[in-house]
Design a protein. Structure first.
Length: 173
């Protein structure tokens, strides 16, 4: 089947335009958080919304109203979970995870690297991409909750307060 008729194509254009408008409105109402750096929870919601949008476009059994409700429901749940996460530290950690220290004071924390499914080569790559050729010059490399690696160069007199939520880390070491 190459062509089933104009009515299906017209439906796809009309329903697709409506669903897209509802998605944009929903994203606008939920604020910039939905488009910020994503964690695993946000990625899951984004994939689910993309799947819903595809189903609305392709499946005639799903009405625009049903699809719109599903999209807005997921956005509202994402917003509610984010709001609850801001109110309770335990829920926040459960949803977003915690940053993980991978290198400290130039020393690779092999157990943390292995536990997170990374390699030494990946850590070295992170240092090189920031123009650092000597690991001893690095105070810390942290795996952030969004999957990115943060590299903090050593500063002898700094308090390193940016590491206070990274486990396990102690400024006294």
């Amino acid at each position: 089947m190459l062509f089933d008729g104009w009515d299906q194509l017209l439906r796809m254009v009309l329903v697709g335009t409506g669903a897209y408008a509802i998605l944009l409105l929903g994203l606008r109402l939920t604020g910039h958080r939905a488009l910020s750096r994503l964690n695993a929870f946000d990625v899951t919601i984004s994939v689910a919304i993309g799947s819903l949008l595809a189903n609305i476009l392709i499946t005639e059994d799903v009405s625009l109203a049903e699809g719109a409700l599903a999209i807005l429901l997921l956005l509202a749940l994402q917003l509610a979970v984010a709001w609850l996460g801001m109110r309770g530290q335990h829920l926040h950690k459960l949803l977003k995870g915690e940053p993980v220290l991978l290198l400290h004071k130039g020393k690779l924390l092999e157990e943390s690297v292995r536990k997170e499914g990374l390699t030494e080569a990946g850590i070295l790559f992170a240092a090189r991409t920031r123009g650092i050729s000597d690991l001893e010059k690095i105070e810390a490399i942290v795996l952030e909750t969004d999957g990115s690696l943060s590299v903090l160069e050593g500063a002898e007199k700094a308090t390193l307060s940016a590491l206070r939520d990274v486990g396990p880390y102690s400024r006294d070491e």
